[in-house]
Design a binder for this molecule. Structure first.
Ligand code: HEC
Length: 231
């Protein structure tokens, strides 16, 4: 026992003696790199010069026509083609959260002129006393209640008289969310029935759920599992 103890103590002291040889905290070698191809990238880093391209830039633009995930396809609407405006529409449908997002975007980009309650009297216009002289469209007025959604889309994309284009501020999906929100409010104020919402859960599904609840009750009763009964 004693012998083993002294061997352990002796080897510890030798070890400490060896590690103590690093004089004055100065390291004279760079140390080992265990995975050099992880430490030193073999690929060209984003901002390093790249001999494979004429402009020597490593960061490339996406290929022409690339559409980012979650974004809409291009609309192909041509400025001035007012006939195309009138029939232009979207197959996209929006749920409650997206309509809320449409409202949020409307309040940011449009409400300042068109008014947060869509009456064409936002703070910038303010009944003609505001900074903006031209009267914005009153979406609750008969003139705009039945306006084809594509024509509204064109106003956002290309602008309309005193109203500038909002194409660079809101992308295609955001434009449709805004317009869906406007159409929803219009449908509640004498416009056509709202068609851009996702279908509400059918009444039948609640009916279908009822027998299922009954079966659970029966099973619970049969197994005597009274505690599992809900409500
Ligand atoms: C700087 C004020 C301003 C802002 C911001 C603004 N608009 Fe307008 N908008 C106007 C004015 C003014 C008109 C009336 C143009 C005319 O008919 O002469 C108009 C007209 C419209 C029309 C009717 C187009 C038509 O064909 O008659 C639509 C639709 C519309 N705006 C949607 C929007 C939407 C959506 C936004 C937000 C993305 C927006 N506007 C932001 C000022 C604005």
């Amino acid at each position: 026992m004693n012998k083993t103890k002294s061997i352990v103590v002796a080897s510890l002291m030798v070890g400490m003696g060896l590690t103590a040889c690093n004089s004055g905290n100065v390291r004279r070698n760079p140390g080992k790199t265990y995975a050099p191809d992880m430490t030193y990238s073999r690929a060209y880093d984003a901002y390093t010069s790249n001999p494979n391209f004429a402009d020597s830039q490593t960061s490339r633009k996406p290929v022409d026509g690339t559409i980012a995930i979650g974004h809409e396809l291009p609309d192909h609407l041509v400025e001035g083609d007012t006939n195309a405006y009138k029939t232009f529409t979207t197959a996209a449908r929006f749920d409650e959260a997206q309509l809320k997002e449409g409202q949020r975007l409307f309040n940011i980009y449009c409400g300042i002129c068109h008014g947060q309650n869509l009456d064409g009297n936002g703070p910038l216009y303010n009944g003609g006393n505001g900074k903006f002289a031209a009267a914005p469209a009153n979406f609750k007025d008969g003139k705009y209640l039945h306006m084809p959604v594509g024509q509204m889309y064109a106003a956002v994309k290309f602008g309309k008289n005193a109203m500038g284009s909002y194409a660079s501020q809101v992308d295609i999906k955001q434009r449709w969310m805004i317009l869906a929100y406007i159409k929803k409010v219009q449908s509640e104020n004498g416009g056509e029935a709202f068609v851009f919402g996702t279908a509400a859960p059918a009444k039948d599904s609640t009916k279908a759920a009822a027998p299922a609840a009954d079966t659970t009750k029966k099973v619970a009763a049969a197994t005597g599992a009274e505690n599992n009964k809900k409500g």
